[in-house]
Design a protein around this ligand. Structure first.
Ligand code: VIB
Length: 224
């Protein structure tokens, strides 16, 4: 069982080498030791601002796919946290670098960004709540793992504010709550032995594909 729930731990194991390719990507190591060029970081942040708009839409879609009030409450709160919390980090850091909110709004979306966000939205449109959660999980919990590791291992880096955001107690709680949501949503729909369900392989595949798309997103960040 991982810190972020039992189903997440199984999906992560099923992703094999794709998972560390995401959480230990060269972009992440550049954040950790400060060697990432600022141009790459700002380019990533501008793209991530667009990414978060589509992720807010995906969590809003999850509200409509939920089965219980508790599930709805979790997803609706995530929409709010994204729009009023995480996106402000991006707006704040970009403003310091002379990139205005108007600049963010008119930035051109890169195809790696388009592929990832529309894959997640399609998981929700063509599938059910579990399909959507499997596609969303690498994003939320992956950044939790990265933040927790970088907090311990970071050198002198200009990217400390980014690391602090994802290493914070508040964000770690968000990740644990997402893990608990996944565990209860899976148990409710697939019972106590979800690995025996005919749906298990396709849920693992959705998780692994979203993880591959996270790798692609870091790679995009390194080529402004
Ligand atoms: C490419 C990319 N992947 C993951 C995150 C992190 N993230 C995105 S939405 C969210 C909260 C709820 O889903 C979190 C933590 C990001 N910013 N950019």
């Amino acid at each position: 069982m991982s810190d972020y729930g039992s189903i997440f731990g199984k999906w992560r194991a099923a992703a094999g080498e794709t998972w560390p390719a995401y959480t230990h990507h060269a972009f992440v190591e550049g954040l950790r030791d400060g060697s990432l060029p600022q141009a790459s970081f700002l380019h990533y942040l501008v793209q991530d601002y667009i990414f978060l708009i589509h992720f807010s839409r995906a969590w809003a879609l999850a509200v409509t796919k939920a089965d219980t009030i508790d599930e709805m409450r979790h997803c609706a709160a995530t929409v709010n946290a994204l729009i009023d919390g995480e996106m402000k980090l991006h707006i704040g850091i970009c403003a310091e670098a002379g990139i205005s909110e108007a600049d963010l709004a008119k930035a051109e979306e890169r195809i790696e960004n388009l592929a990832y966000t529309r894959f997640v939205l399609d998981a929700g449109h063509s599938g059910d709540f579990l399909d959507l959660l499997a596609a969303l999980a690498p994003c939320v919990i992956g950044y939790g793992e990265i933040g927790a590791r970088l907090k311990e291992a970071a050198g002198e880096t200009p990217y400390q504010q980014w690391i602090d955001t994802y290493a914070s107690d508040d964000f770690q709680e968000v990740c644990k709550a997402a893990g608990a949501l996944i565990d209860s949503a899976v148990a409710r729909r697939l019972g106590d032995h979800p690995e025996d369900s005919p749906r298990w392989t396709s849920l693992c595949d959705r998780f692994t594909t979203a993880t591959r798309l996270e790798v692609g997103f870091w790679q995009m960040g390194m080529t402004p």
